[in-house]
Design a protein around this ligand. Structure first.
Ligand code: C2E
Ligand code: CA
Ligand code: CA
Length: 651
């Protein structure tokens, strides 16, 4: 994550420029003053030398002490000019106390016939102060520099007149200026280097600090894996968006998304692959969302999106459908081609709630329903979902004390051999009668027991109770116990079964465990090991509800399966639907060729029975032969009925 340079960062630049300009101006002023001081000193040195030389020629013994000077005249003065110092004296003039020239030498343009008014004032100031005065005349030409000195001539304190000296400093000035300019350029360069280095250092520091601050802010509000806003940021954004949609009276949709079977990906392929999957899904969500969507990763494999400014709920449907479609394209991760489907639940504001909390809760309920309805699906929130959730919670709470309160009991449903008509065994099914809730069907409480983990103590109770009663049966019929995938996550399962077999005295060959494909999918390696151990004990394995899950043929060859149970939903439609009938035929054929016993569940009609018998299905179970009952006393009348039924269909 990089932070762009903001205009605030650049505020340092004008400050540095101003500092540079200030330094430059200061250096210029100091330089100029130095040049002027040196020029004055230079002119002064020349003037004082002249003053001394002239004063030596004054003869105090004479009535007119200046006479030798005046007699020498201009020729002598001209000979003297430019002798004493480096400065070039161009004109010399001798003045009486009244400011009149006694004589003067030099070119006409620099040696005036009389003092100008300005010079006259300066001359008088010299007379009053008895100190040398000077003037820098403006020649109108920048390259020319002259200094005119007015020096008093006196003898023993008696004032005789004045000396006017016009010193030409053009050459000296240009020399001094050019050396001063070189110094200034050097200074300027140095200042520039120092300031720009300081500037760059300061600027970098500011940028680093700002980018560190921005990073901390980003981390506080985003998920580090996907870079998407986190839950806190999403909730804040959603609350603001809800205010907006209230103002504009527009629709807003919250979509809660969950990756199907993500735990399985993480467990079987490892966390790096899991992380890559989440990143891949996040990227696809972003790519398939419009500009009105805000996407967040809430936690784990949970994502949420809100869509603003919707015209109708159809827009939310279309977006959710796009999400579902995009996951049908496989993700390529570390050499694995993965199809990670998602489920989505949608809640709409204002219909399903006006606060972020309510909408999120309701979208989550809809998501729950989508998952329960077989995943890779989307559902809109409906009021009955909240009611269902309350019922689930009620059942879960009641389930916790059901065993202790002895509200559960077992029923047994007979399984019949189709060729002999003999009863071969019973499937154990659990029944629950709650004092207030009444009879709660297993299709309702078993999934809740599975997700809440209560299936582990419940399953152990079923095993204990069923083994105990089966061991006491008159007939050596098999007993088939249903085991959930959750129970296979418990490493103690096989040991517990073995201990219970020994404790109850039930021979292992009379036990059959019914598992569904989810056991094989969710725990592959460990499940395989557990199934092998069970088989090693002499227990047989039945694959329940065959045809409803993945029905992957590879499981059948990899796992030690003794029995295949054709799901009731197929048996139900034998003779009514050609496609389903063909599936039943295929499953029977498959089982037979693998050497597994095939059992048809839920047989209710003679027509179903006749077909199953005709295609060579081994066993049947269903209300036609007996509903699940508490007692398993050998039911003579029923067996007679069954045998005559079999004779009927055979005939
Ligand atoms: P399942 O293992 O497929 O059990 C067969 C279900 O079909 C039973 O429903 C049984 O009553 C029903 N059934 C059998 N023949 C017929 C028929 O001719 N017509 C109709 N309409 N239904 C028939 P039940 O007892 O409601 O159990 C539902 C599911 O709950 C079971 O399906 C099983 O998956 C689960 N279950 C029940 N008891 C247990 C248990 O103790 N442990 C576990 N893990 N699951 C259990
Ligand atoms: Ca079963
Ligand atoms: Ca079944």
């Amino acid at each position: 994550m990089t932070e762009k340079t903001s205009w605030a960062d650049l505020a340092i630049l004008p400050i540095l420029c101003a500092m540079a300009l200030g330094l430059f101006a200061l250096s210029y002023t100091v330089g100029e003053l130095t040049v002027l001081r040196q020029l004055r000193q230079d002119a002064e040195a020349a003037a004082f030398a002249w003053q001394r030389a002239i004063e030596q020629r004054i003869d105090p013994a004479l009535a007119d002490p200046l006479a030798p000077l005046i007699e020498g005249g201009t020729d002598q003065a001209l000979a003297w000019t430019g002798t004493s110092t480096g400065a070039d004296v161009r004109a010399v003039g001798l003045l009486d106390p009244a400011g009149r020239f006694l004589w003067q030498a030099g070119p006409g343009d620099v040696a005036p016939a009389m003092l100008s008014a300005r010079e006259f004032y300066i001359y008088n100031r010299m007379l009053e102060t008895k100190r040398p005065q000077y003037l820098v005349p403006d020649s109108g030409d920048q390259t020319v520099r002259r200094t005119v000195f007015y020096l008093p001539l006196s003898i023993d304190g008696a004032f005789l007149g004045g000396l006017r000296l016009d010193v030409d400093q053009t050459a000296v000035a240009s020399l001094l200026r050019s050396s001063e300019r070189a110094r200034m350029t050097l200074n300027g360069l140095l200042a520039l280097i120092v300031l720009s280095t300081t500037g760059i250092i300061l600027w970098r520091r500011i940028r680093e600090r700002r980018s560190a601050e921005a990073h901390v802010r980003f981390l506080a509000m985003h998920d580090p894996l996907t870079g998407l806003p986190n839950r806190a940021q999403f909730n804040t954004a959603l609350t603001t968006a809800l205010d907006r949609s209230r103002c504009h009276a527009s629709l807003l949709a919250v979509i809660c998304i969950d990756v199907d079977n993500f735990k399985q990906i993480n467990d079987t392929l490892g966390h790096p692959v899991g992380d890559a999957v989440l990143k891949g899904i996040a990227e696809r969500l972003v790519a398939t969302s419009g500009r009105n969507a805000t996407i967040s990763r809430l936690s784990g494999d949970e994502f949420a999106v809100f869509l603003e400014d919707l015209g109708d709920s159809g827009a939310a449907t279309r977006t959710a459908e796009r999400y579902l479609r995009m996951t049908s394209i496989p993700l390529m991760i570390c050499g694995h081609e993965l199809i990670c489907t998602i489920s989505a639940g949608i809640a709409m504001a204002p219909y399903d709630g006006m606060t972020a909390g309510t909408l999120m809760k309701n979208a989550d309920l809809a998501l729950y329903r989508a998952k329960a309805d077989g995943r890779s699906a989307m559902r809109f929130f409906t009021k009955d979902m909240a009611r269902d959730m309350r019922r689930r919670r009620e059942i879960e709470t009641a389930l916790r004390s059901a065993l202790a309160r002895e509200e559960m009991h077992l029923v047994y449903q007979p399984q019949i051999d189709l060729t002999t008509g003999e009863l071969v065994g019973y499937e154990v099914l659990t029944r629950w009668i709650h004092p207030q809730l009444g009879t709660v069907p297993p299709s309702e409480f078993i999934p809740i027991a599975e997700t809440s983990g209560l299936i582990v103590p419940l399953g152990a109770w079923v095993i204990r109770t069923a083994f105990k009663s089966a061991a006491a049966w008159e007939e050596p019929a098999t007993v088939a116990v249903n085991l959930s995938a959750t129970q296979f996550r418990n490493a103690d399962l096989v040991d517990m079964i073995e201990r219970t077999l020994i404790a109850t005295g039930l021979p292992p060959h009379r036990l059959e465990v019914e598992i569904t494909e989810s056991v094989l999918i969710q725990n592959t390696e460990s499940a395989l090991a557990m199934l092998r151990r069970l088989r090693g004990l002499g227990v047989s394995i039945a694959l329940d509800d065959f045809g409803t899950g993945y029905s992957s043929l590879s499981y059948l060859s990899r796992f030690p399966i003794d029995k295949i149970k054709i799901d009731r939903s197929f048996v139900l439609r034998i003779g009514e639907d050609d496609g389903t009938t063909a599936i039943v035929d295929a499953i029977v054929g498959l089982g037979r060729s693998l050497g597994a016993t095939v059992v048809a569940e839920g047989v209710e009609t003679y027509e179903q029975l006749a077909h199953l018998r005709a295609i060579g299905c081994h066993q049947v179970q269903g209300n036609l032969f007996g509903e699940p009952r508490e007692s398993v006393a050998y039911r003579q009348p029923e067996v007679h009925r069954l045998q005559s039924a079999l004779l009927t269909v055979a005939g």
